[in-house]
Each structure stands twice: as structure tokens, then as C-alpha cells.
Design a protein around this ligand. Structure first.
Ligand code: SD4
Length: 320
């Protein structure tokens, strides 16, 4: 059995490529890196890699991680600037005996030393978004973080039973320089153990980190839960706990897959989408919906939804 699951519709092209690779016997490491890079390279996704939205000083700072669920090797970068594919740097770091999590200038030096491609990640579109946000918020002076959240997070299983997880994000639009979210933090933005399964998150990193939600899902799967049950239990209970203690819970959406290729997803927001492909299922985008009783269910994204998605992502932007 093989499979790959990822947060958001934007992962579809990447997981489609990964699906082909897995079918032909590629490793979960190669397949997931290819899939995440496809998202990083696509300039119209404004929350991952090239085209990602900048911090409050108009600099694009990227976070990424890679974990091998068989060896438990993990590599992470935080707040890295001017490199094309943070996930590949994270993967390379995962092979180091120590120094696995590098941030800022140190991460950039490492990437430079190992020949990774330098690239100015700030696009013209991202500059317009920045400008428009400054114009919009100058009236009330407070710069609010981007309220949407489209970090790509994936879990992958190959034919040999090896699993990986990886994430990549520009974090929150208008974040403080140096702010790092959950995405490169083990147990929060991602976790994978080939003996069990893996999970990955997108959402408000500050809250996801309070619950180590990815690890919690893997732990529940280890106790015998199906990934769907594990995701729902972890998200529902942690969302309720945050609301009890703090009166509010940030957005959070988690995806998971176990080492049998069974998968799950849970979210506390409307409008979450995810993409999945397995040996038994062609690459598919699902939308998460809620019924009147607040029970979550999935719907395959319609052609109209898919067309509209790309149209809105690539629509011309007007500078205010
Ligand atoms: C973060 N989890 O940095 C990320 C946010 C996100 O697109 O999902 N952003 O907190």
C-alpha cells in the first residue's frame, strides 16, 4: 500500500506527481519532497515558498520541516530568507547527526554552503498584497495577521512501509520578523512514525503548539484509533479545552495517515480542503463541511469549485 495526504487544495498537483512516483516504487522521502516543492514553486500560492506573503518589514521568512518516520530523523528551518525550497534544506538537515533545526542567518549559511538555490522569494503580487494591507490597516494602525492559513503539510507512505512528513509555509502575513510558527516544530506542525502513522497541521501556530496536536494524533493512532477518529478526537477536545481556558481557539486543521494508508482529517473551521491519493484512490480534493449538529463530513470538490479556486488565486490584483 502507498499513499499521500496533504493540507489544502493547493497540494493537488504536487501529490499527483508524488502518487505517480510512489506507484513506480519511489521512496516516501523523494515523493513528499517533490510534492512540497511543487507547492513552494507555484507563485500564486501566497502562503508557501515563492509568492509567500511577507512579514511586517516586507521580508519573506519561511519555515519548513522534514521527518523520516522510520529513522525518526528530522530537519527543520525557521525564518529562512531567499532560498527557493526550504523543504529540501530541511530534508538535508535531517541527515545531520546534530544541528538539525537551524533558523535565520544560520540556516541561510548552511543552505548556501550546501549549494541550495538562492532566490528572491518576494513576488510583485506579494508586494501588492503588502501595500494593500498597509493601506487598509493604517486607519486603525494595528496590523492584523493574515486570517486565512494555507501551510502545506503532508504525510506519505511508500510501498516499503516507510513514512515521512513534511511542511512548508511563509507563516502568518505581517508576522514580526523572527516569528516562527508550528510548522517546523516537531509534534506540533508534523509528526510521523512508520510503525504507526503521521499527522500534520495548518492553522494558528501559536495555538497548535499549545497542544502538540500532530503528536497527539499519532499517539491516539498508536493506541489503536483509525486516523479519522484520532483527528476528530484530538481537534475537538483541544479546541474545547482552549475555549474553556482562554475563551477562544485559533483555527486548526489536521490531516493524518496510518501505515496502512488509511487517512483522516479534522478541522475547527469552515472551508478547509485537503488532497489525498492512495493505491486505491486517485488524487482527490475533499472539502470539509459541517451538518446542522456540527458533525463534520467530507465532500469531493466539484469541478466548478476547482475552476473557481484557480480563478481566484490567479486573478489580477489591484494596488489600492
Ligand atoms: C503558522 N501554521 O506559521 C502556520 C500558519 C499557517 O499559512 O498555517 N499559515 O502558524
Amino acid at each position: 500500500m502507498y499513499g499521500i495526504i496533504a493540507t489544502w487544495r493547493m497540494a493537488l498537483e504536487g501529490i499527483t506527481e508524488a502518487d505517480k512516483m510512489l506507484k513506480e516504487g519511489s521512496s516516501a522521502g523523494d515523493a513528499i519532497e517533490t510534492a512540497v516543492k511543487a507547492v513552494e514553486d507555484f507563485e500564486y500560492y501566497k502562503s508557501v515558498g515563492y509568492g509567500g506573503l511577507p512579514n511586517e518589514e516586507m521580508e519573506v521568512e519561511l519555515d519548513a520541516a522534514f521527518m523520516d518516520g522510520t529513522t525518526l530523523d528530522l530537519g527543520c528551518v525557521g525564518g529562512i530568507k531567499d532560498f527557493a525550497n526550504p523543504v529540501s534544506i530541511a530534508r538535508k538537515l535531517s541527515k545531520e547527526p546534530v544541528n538539525n533545526f537551524l533558523v535565520g542567518a544560520g540556516a541561510e549559511k548552511y543552505a548556501h554552503r550546501h549549494g541550495f538555490e538562492r532566490k528572491n522569494m518576494l513576488t510583485e503580487r506579494a508586494k501588492i498584497h503588502y501595500h494593500n494591507r498597509v493601506v487598509e490597516t493604517s486607519a486603525n494602525t494595528e496590523l492584523k495577521p493574515y486570517s486565512g492559513h494555507d501551510t502545506v503539510g503532508m504525510v506519505c507512505l511508500d510501498c516499503e512501509g516507510n513514512m515521512t512528513s513534511a511542511t512548508s509555509t511563509s507563516g502568518l502575513f505581517m508576522k514580526h520578523p523572527g516569528r516562527v510558527g508550528d510548522s517546523p516544530v516537531s509534534g506540533s506542525g508534523f509528526y510521523v512514525d512508520s510503525n504507526v502513522g503521521g499527522a500534520s497541521a495548518t492553522g494558528l501556530g501559536e495555538d497548535v503548539m499549545k497542544g502538540c496536536v500532530s503528536y497527539e494524533i499519532v499517539r491516539l493512532m498508536k493506541d489503536g484509533m483509525h486516523p479519522q477518529q484520532a483527528c476528530e478526537k484530538a481537534v475537538k477536545e483541544f479546541d474545547a479545552d482552549l475555549k474553556r481556558r482562554r475563551n477562544k481557539a485559533g483555527d486548526m486543521s489536521l490531516i493524518a495517515m496510518n501505515n496502512k494508508g488509511e487517512w483522516g482529517c479534522a478541522t475547527n473551521i469552515e472551508g478547509f480542503s485537503f488532497a489525498v491519493a492512495t493505491e486505491n484512490e486517485d488524487p482527490t480534493v475533499y472539502l470539509v463541511k459541517f451538518d446542522e449538529d456540527g458533525k463534520q463530513y467530507f465532500e469531493v470538490a466539484s469541478k466548478e469549485w476547482m475552476d473557481n479556486y484557480m480563478k481566484t488565486r490567479t486573478a489580477p490584483l489591484v494596488r489600492k
